[in-house]
Design a protein around this ligand. Structure first.
Ligand SMILES: *Cc1c(COP(=O)(O)O)cnc(C)c1O
Length: 463
C-alpha cells in the first residue's frame, strides 16, 4: 500500500516512512492511494477473530513493509486483556434495545487514545530498532493525549518523551497519572502558563529545523496515520459484536474534537463495513456540526474556543477533517489545497448533498445536556458515563433510527472527570482498581517558565 498527500504531492510513500512523520511536505495529510475492499467472505472470516488477530488482518491490508510475523507479534503484544481489561478489548454495554456503548477507554489512561497510542508505541520501538535510530517526542497536552503517549512510550527502547502541560491546570487525577511515572525516558515539563503557551513552545521548537534535526524531534499528534489506522479496528470489532450476519447495518455516534476517531469510522465504511450512519457529536465548540448541517466550514481561533466540561472536544480547527473533505470532494487535491489554505470554505449544493452518501450527520450538546444525560443514563441503566460520552449519547438519542443498532463510542471513563460527575450525580465516580490514591504517589515533573530557550536547553541536556 502506498500513501499520498491530500494536497497533491505525487510522491508515493510506504507505511514505515510516514509512521515517523507528521504532515506531508506540501502541508497535506497522508491517506492510502485506495481503500482496500473487504467482501462478504472476508467479513465472515473475521467475525470470529480475537481482537489482536482482527487488528493484524486489518493492519496488514495497509502495511506491506513490515514482515507479517513481526506485525502479528506486535498486535498480539499490544491488544491483551491484561492491558485493556476484557477479552473483547472494546466490549459493548447495551442500554436497552438497539443502543449500546462501545467501551474504548479501559486502557492504562482511561481514554480511547490508548487504543491507538499503545500500538504506536510498539510500532515506534520496532521501526526505530530496525533503523538503529532514536526519536525524541515533543508534545503539548491539556490532559488525555499526553498521558496516553507517556504510558505508550514508557520504557520503550529508542524513544524519549518531553511532554509540556500547563502548570496546575490539569485535573488532580490527570496530573497524578502523568507525574507519577518514574521511567527515565519520560520527561514531564509543567509550563507556568496555559495550554496555548505549551503549544506555542512546541511549534517554536519544531520550526527551528536545525535544532529539530540535531535533537531528532518527533511528534505523536492525532494526524499520524498509524493512530487513525489503529482506530479502524474497533469499528469492525463493534460491528461484529452488535450483529449476527453481514447483511445487518449498524450506526455509530462519535464524540468528536480533532475528527480522528470518526475519520477512522469513515475509513471502515469506505472499506465496505456495513455502516449506516456516522454521527458526529460536538460540544459547544460546534464548527463541525455547523459544517455538516450547512456545508460552511468556518474554523475558529483560540479566543473563540469555549472551555467546556468535555474539554477533550474543545477544538475549533479539527486536524483530521481534511482527510474526509479530500474524499468528499472526489480526491480533488487542488480544491483541498485551496480550501485548507484559506480562512474557510463553502460546499456547493451538490457537494453538501454528497455528505449523506458518505453516511455522515451531526449534532451538538451543551453542559446542561451533558449533566442531564449523565443523570438519565445512571437512573435508567445504572451506568455512569463520562461527559464526552454523554455528548455522544445525547446526540445519538436524537438521531437514532429504531431499525438500526446505534453504537455510541465511549471515549473516557468518568473517573477522569470527577467534577462533572459530582455535579450530575452528587457522588464521586467509580475508580478502576489499582488507581486509588494515585494523587499521593511521588511526582516527577520540572516546572518551567514559558521560555522556548529554557525548554530547548532542558531537551539538549537530557538526550
Ligand atoms: C481526544 C478525545 C476526544 C476527541 O477525539 P478526536 O479523535 O479528536 O475527534 C473525545 N473524547 C475524549 C475523552 C478524548 O480524549
Amino acid at each position: 500500500m502506498k500513501y499520498i498527500s491530500t494536497r497533491g504531492d505525487q510522491a508515493e510513500r510506504g507505511f514505515s516512512d510516514i509512521l515517523l512523520e507528521g504532515l506531508a511536505p506540501d502541508g497535506g495529510l497522508y491517506l492510502p492511494k485506495a481503500y482496500p475492499q473487504v467482501d462478504d467472505a472476508t467479513l465472515t472470516r473475521w467475525r470470529g477473530l480475537a481482537y489482536a488477530d482482527l487488528a493484524f488482518e486489518i493492519l496488514s491490508l495497509y502495511i506491506d513493509d513490515i514482515p507479517a510475523d513481526d506485525l502479528r507479534a506486535i498486535t498480539c503484544r499490544v491488544y491483551t486483556p491484561e492491558v485493556f481489561g476484557t477479552k473483547e478489548i472494546t466490549p459493548l454495554t447495551w442500554l436497552g434495545e438497539g443502543l449500546a456503548l462501545e467501551g474504548l477507554s479501559n486502557g492504562p489512561t482511561l481514554a480511547f487514545k490508548d487504543m491507538a497510542m499503545q500500538l504506536l508505541g510498539a510500532l515506534f520501538e520496532y521501526e526505530l530498532g530496525r533503523r538503529g535510530e532514536t526519536l525524541n517526542i515533543l508534545g503539548a497536552t491539556s490532559g488525555d493525549t499526553g498521558s496516553a503517549a507517556e504510558y505508550a512510550m514508557r520504557g520503550k527502547q529508542g524513544v524519549r518523551v518531553f511532554m509540556l502541560s500547563p502548570h496546575g491546570r490539569m485535573s488532580p487525577f490527570q496530573q497524578a497519572q502523568m507525574f507519577s511515572l518514574q521511567d527515565a525516558n519520560i520527561h514531564n515539563i509543567a509550563i507556568e502558563g496555559v495550554f496555548d503557551d505549551c503549544q506555542d513552545i512546541v511549534k517554536a521548537v519544531s520550526n527551528d529545523l536545525v535544532f529539530k534535526r540535531e535533537h531528532r524531534i518527533g511528534t505523536v499528534n492525532s494526524i499520524n496515520w498509524a493512530r487513525l489506522l489503529a482506530q479502524v479496528v474497533y469499528y469492525f470489532a463493534g460491528y461484529f459484536q452488535a450483529t449476527k450476519t453481514n447483511g445487518e447495518k449498524v450506526s455509530f455516534t462519535v464524540p468528536s474534537g480533532n475528527f480522528g476517531n470518526v475519520c477512522a469510522g469513515h475509513v471502515a465504511r469506505m472499506m465496505g463495513l456495513p455502516v449506516d450512519k456516522l454521527v458526529v457529536a460536538t460540544n459547544e465548540n460546534d464548527v463541525l456540526d455547523e459544517f455538516f448541517r450547512t456545508g460552511a466550514y468556518k474554523p475558529r481561533g483560540t479566543a473563540d474556543t469555549h472551555e467546556t466540561s468535555s474539554p477533550s472536544m474543545d477544538i475549533s480547527k479539527a486536524s483530521n477533517f481534511e482527510r474526509f473533505v479530500f474524499d468528499l470532494l472526489g480526491r480533488d487535491a487542488a480544491r483541498v489545497m485551496q480550501a485548507f489554505t484559506s480562512a474557510g470554505f463553502q460546499l456547493t449544493a451538490d457537494e453538501h448533498a454528497a455528505i449523506a452518501r458518505f453516511g455522515f450527520s451531526s449534532g451538538r450538546s451543551t453542559h446542561a445536556d451533558r449533566v442531564a444525560t449523565i443523570r438519565r443514563c445512571h437512573a435508567e441503566h445504572g451506568v455512569v458515563i463520562d461527559p464526552h460520552t454523554a455528548d455522544g449519547l445525547k446526540v445519538a438519542l436524537e438521531q437514532r433510527d429504531p431499525a438500526v443498532p446505534m453504537l455510541v463510542l465511549e471515549t473516557a471513563l468518568p473517573a477522569k472527570f470527577a467534577a462533572t460527575i459530582v455535579e450530575a450525580l452528587g457522588t464521586e465516580p467509580p475508580r478502576p482498581a489499582g488507581l486509588e490514591g494515585i494523587e499521593q504517589l511521588p511526582k516527577r515533573v520540572k516546572v518551567m517558565a514559558p521560555d522556548v530557550g529554557a525548554v530547548k536547553a532542558y531537551i539538549h541536556a537530557h538526550v
